[in-house]
Design a protein. Sequence first.
Length: 100
Amino acid sequence: MILFFDLPTKTHNDKKEYTKFRKFLINDGYIMIQYSVYSRFCRNYAAVAKHKQRLEENKPCNGEVRFIVITDKQYSSMIILNGEFTLHERTISAEPLLEL
């Protein structure tokens, strides 16, 4: 799963919700690819459904949150123009992840 979000941070409450959502993502096993772009590896579509439900339960009130499901092969074909895969991404992507 690749998750994208754009949350407001103008008010104190906005910043609090942003921090709460970000902490939820990290505690739920997401890794940061870039600011406001996180990924989570799921072994099958049942896990995707479970994490979709968890996202719906923990989504912030304002802003935008989107996610897309891609296979490990699609993820590994990502082209990085500047920077590199993180150690966590390289370690996990060495094995097949999604069982269809």
